[in-house]
Design a binder for this molecule. Structure first.
Ligand code: BGC
Length: 758
């Protein structure tokens, strides 16, 4: 059975369970009516399964094998939230496919007209994670950072969620973990005080943009009982939330609910400590060292009290509460099975509590925690909750246990170092799991303990698939740009693989690693002037398999002039004019440089030179009629330093006349493949205004299209012609659209396809 089929049937099962569990009949909405904004979006819906996360789980299961591997397989189909943790997560990066790929996969998983819940996390505020270091972000706490948050992060996400084809998806958006709680308790920290106005403005903007979309449900992050549970914190927190709500366009209505315990491990229930006022040895249990007079020991009690306070402060009584239960199950051998009989208060508490952490503030990769309750809508045990959800995907790190350089702005927080006794924990050891990677990265050792210590325990699953031994395909020969006396930029064509490609290593002629990258480009630094280099690239996959080396790229660093190593700025975006059947004139705005720009090279999008010029235009000759070209320009300075490439221009030579309605190009990519199946996307780009398009793809023998969206296909095997859907045929010059499909068998080759316009 293919992976996709299995996931679909499990989603169907979930829908049935939910419908039966809460007695809701699933009436199919009329196809054209916009879906209503319901009170509890989790009810009467199936939930999206993130196949990238599921692939990591299946890989871990294969490697673990045995009973542990089977338990891992039993959770591989659970729905987890998708974190938009930086701008590049929208388009897709080394950590996962982009948002659109997820949304199209959600449409594919959707069962008929039953809505599907898609959980996403909005997490890129300027000055992010102000009271810690492990999840510091890419945007600074400045007006410029806030402007980028709005225009490059919130706007594109909101625009995509609002697209009509996604109307049947219920988006449950967790808003900015830890941010407003930091405004309540950590304002004495300089970084939090600086970030405060940007947090409030950014969250207000996010709520305004997201609430305007009827099928989006916003859940603002409200920390957890071990943070906001004291009355002296809870009161001000409710005031902070109410004040932010009042500042939005829709007021209280722009917040559908609150999520607690995001990425934390505070238990849902402390079964042996139900009464915080119970006297032991003459004092209430809440006065014990562990609880420090906090009256809320668990998330069930905390959310109930918190909801009452919110309603008293003006929130509607429908305000929804959800709890992240992905890592708050405390099972395994150390879980107490009965209340303590000790008469010493601290011994009584320590022997009775299921939370095994050294301190309730220990948030980083806590060793011994397990997976908690599985995602469930309207859990019967806690009627005040909308759902148990898995916001933090189990197995993803909270932070590195030693300093690891990265390009995401992530810092090293000693709360993640197991050898550290933290003043924030009253001097207790952190209890963090050793050898952790940077936050958000797959951390298999932690996943193993989370599964082994799950509570409720995980029942048996299916046998794990065999260990993956297939290496990624060889990366393309790197192209070299921006060569200076001491550096150069390499860019190469991505590798593909049956499991995720996790990164690349650049090697020198002796085979030594000189740089690593998670994406397909890297800037080499520290090179020697006037030296010839020969470099290759290898790819690595999630299972640790390494590809063979790419063909070598050779280049010579410049001599430098008077020590100058500064490359010119990139030339401006080029334009094409006087395009004939065999030639075209390319012009561009000039580059600038400290020692003077001496010339330009027009090159293809992979760096092959086509023409050089000492002015800001060049004529390309010897072109092929009726062919599309994409070119860019680099600048060179007097010292031999070369700039990064300009943006590209695409033009089509005249002649041929095969597509009277205009011109387009089609390119196929395979963002996801699994044993027996794959997902492919095709992007159509118009080089002049068109009113329709069609393209033909050739599927390998045994391959068949299962489900195709955003286009109309004739045939499902062999040669398949796809034409535009009713709504995406008209494209302006330079605009693009895409369609996608899921197929069985071997994916078709990535690359360009023919495209006919009109
Ligand atoms: C990290 C994010 C990541 C998320 C989910 C956070 O701690 O900062 O980069 O996406 O966890 O794993």
């Amino acid at each position: 059975m293919s992976t996709t089929t299995r996931r679909r049937s499990s989603a169907a099962l979930l829908a049935t369970t939910l419908a039966v569990g809460v007695g809701v009949a699933l009436a199919a909405p009329a196809a054209t009516a916009a879906p209503a904004h319901v009170d509890n979006p989790f009810v009467g819906a199936t939930w999206y399964v993130n196949e990238s996360w599921a692939a990591s789980v299946e890989g871990a299961a294969s490697r673990a094998g045995g009973e542990l591997g089977e338990k891992m397989m039993a959770v591989a189909d659970e729905p987890t939230f998708v974190w938009m943790d930086r701008i590049s997560a929208i388009a897709g990066n080394a950590d996962g496919p982009g948002l659109r790929a997820h949304l199209d996969a959600a449409l594919e998983q959707q069962q008929g007209s039953t809505p599907i819940v898609f959980g996403l996390v909005i997490y890129d505020l300027p000055g992010r994670d102000c009271y810690a270091l492990a999840s510091n972000g890419e945007l600074p706490a400045t007006a410029a950072g806030l402007a980028r948050y709005k225009s490059e992060y919130i706007d594109p996400i909101a625009e995509m969620l609002a697209e009509p084809q996604y109307e049947g998806i219920r988006f449950t958006a967790v808003i900015e973990p830890d941010s407003l709680p930091n405004m309540v308790t950590n304002m004495s920290d300089q970084k939090c005080a600086t970030a405060a106005p940007f947090y409030r403005d950014g969250i207000t903007y996010a709520l305004d943009e997201l609430h305007a979309i009827p099928n989006v449900y916003t859940y603002v992050d409200a920390a957890h009982s071990g943070w906001l549970g004291w009355d002296s914190n809870l009161g001000p927190a409710v005031q902070e939330f109410a004040s932010v709500a009042r500042g939005t366009r829709a007021g209280f209505a722009s917040i559908d609910g609150f999520v607690t315990n995001t990425a934390n491990s505070t238990p849902l229930e402390e079964p042996f400590l139900p009464d915080p006022t119970l006297n032991v040895g003459g004092n209430p249990v809440r006065s014990s060292s562990y609880y420090e007079w906090n009256s809320y020991f668990d998330e069930a009690d905390f959310t109930a009290a918190f909801k009452q306070r919110l309603v008293a402060a003006g929130f509607p009584s429908t305000v929804g509460m959800i709890v992240d239960t992905s890592r708050n199950g405390w099972g395994g051998e150390d879980r107490p099975t009965a209340v303590s009989t000790s008469t010493n208060l601290n011994t009584y508490v320590n022997e009775s509590r299921v939370d095994r952490r050294t301190h309730r503030g220990a948030w980083c990769n806590p060793l011994g925690a397990g997976i908690g309750e599985r995602p469930t809508a309207s859990p019967a045990a806690h009627p005040h909750l909308d759902a148990y959800v898995w916001v933090k995907p189990p197995g993803e790190s909270d932070g590195s246990s030693t300093e690891i350089p990265n390009d995401e702005g992530k810092g090293f927080d000693r709360m993640c170092d197991p050898t550290y006794s933290a003043s924030k924990l009253g001097g207790a050891m952190t209890g963090a799991t050793p050898d952790a990677p940077v936050s958000g990265k797959w951390f298999e050792a932690q996943f193993r303990t989370l599964v082994a210590n799950a509570y409720p325990p995980i029942g048996g699953g299916t046998t794990p698939p065999p260990v993956d031994t297939q290496a990624p395909t060889t990366p393309g020969r790197p192209t070299v740009s921006a060569i200076t006396a001491t550096g150069a930029t390499l860019t190469w064509a991505a590798s593909s693989d049956n499991v995720a490609v996790t990164g690349y290593t650049v090697r020198d002629a002796s085979g030594a690693a000189i740089a690593t990258a998670t994406g397909t480009t890297v800037a080499l630094t520290g090179l020697t002037p006037s030296t010839a280099y020969s470099v290759t690239v290898v790819a690595r996959d999630a299972a640790g398999n390494v590809s063979s080396a790419s063909p070598a790229a050779t280049f010579t660093t410049s001599a430098g002039q008077g020590g100058d190593t500064q490359a010119p700025s990139a030339p401006g975006t080029p334009s094409a004019s006087v395009v004939t059947a065999t030639s075209a004139t390319i012009s561009w705005p000039a580059a600038t440089d400290n020692v003077g720009v001496t010339g330009y090279t027009v090159q293809t999008s992979t760096g092959t030179p086509l023409a050089t010029s000492t002015t800001t235009s060049a004529t390309l000759t010897g072109l092929t009629a009726d062919t599309s070209y994409t070119v860019r320009v680099v600048a060179r300075d007097a010292a031999g330093n070369v700039s990064v490439p300009s943006a590209s221009v695409t033009f089509r030579t005249a002649g041929g006349g095969t597509d009277p309605g205009g011109a387009c190009e089609a390119a196929l990519t395979v963002p996801n493949a699994w044993p027996g199946g794959y997902q492919a996307n095709v992007t159509i780009t118009a080089s002049e205004a068109i009113t329709g398009w069609s393209t033909t793809l050739t599927l390998p023998s045994g391959s068949a299209i299962n489900n195709l969206w955003s286009g109309v296909n004739v045939g499902t095997t062999g040669s398949v012609t796809v034409t535009n859907a009713a709504w995406n045929g008209t494209l302006g010059a330079g605009a693009s659209t895409s369609f996608g499909f899921v197929g069985v068998g071997t994916p078709p080759a990535a690359g360009s396809l023919d495209c006919t316009a009109g």
